[in-house]
Write a protein that binds this ligand. Sequence first.
Ligand code: URA
Length: 223
Amino acid sequence: MTSALLGVEFVPLARALEPKPDADPDSAHARMRALEAKYKRDAPHKDFDTQFNSIVFGDGDPCARLMFIGEAPGADEDRLGKPFVGRSGQLLNKMIAAMGFSRERVYIANVLKTRPPGNATPTAVEVEACKPYLIEQIRIVSPEVIVTLGLPAARCLLETNDSMGNLRNRFHNFEVAPGHVIPVMPTYHPAYLLRAYTPENRKKVWSDLQMVLDRLGMAPASA
Ligand code: URA
């Protein structure tokens, strides 16, 4: 297998990420649809300072082995109703492709499902209101590994105020249900990477993603 990282760019590497062997796609899709409907009925965002056009619930394979969690929809996501479809999304797609996967075979969600005005960082109250729905999404997907993108998602799951510098580059345990622990790899948000697109930062993200590949038993032969 050739190196997925060429001159510290995210270079696509084609291979399959199969769904979990015990997956029941019909049931997972039905549970995810029911959860989205419940979210819409409950409208936990109703008291938020938000002017949204779309509820951006999630995207991808609800039986995926790998799940990415971002912060909140931006303007493009709000317009199109899907997470990570703007500039950050294009970079995330590249990162996923460099891991050798297609976006359709992973599951992508955000902590908040509606766009905060001016892309403001979610408040603690907003995160707490939306967290139960995210946890239920994680229970349905039941991924082998979670990658959190940016601090708000890492802090939400890991209940910490630690910095990204301290959190990334190692796995943390997230107990999604009693006795069901999922390893979480925090890494930088693609929007941060776009603002600071340096070889050093790309190397850090790629190294985090390689640890994820390793955990999935899919580490590239060379890097
Ligand atoms: N940033 C996020 O955190 N999520 C999106 O869906 C888009 C941008």
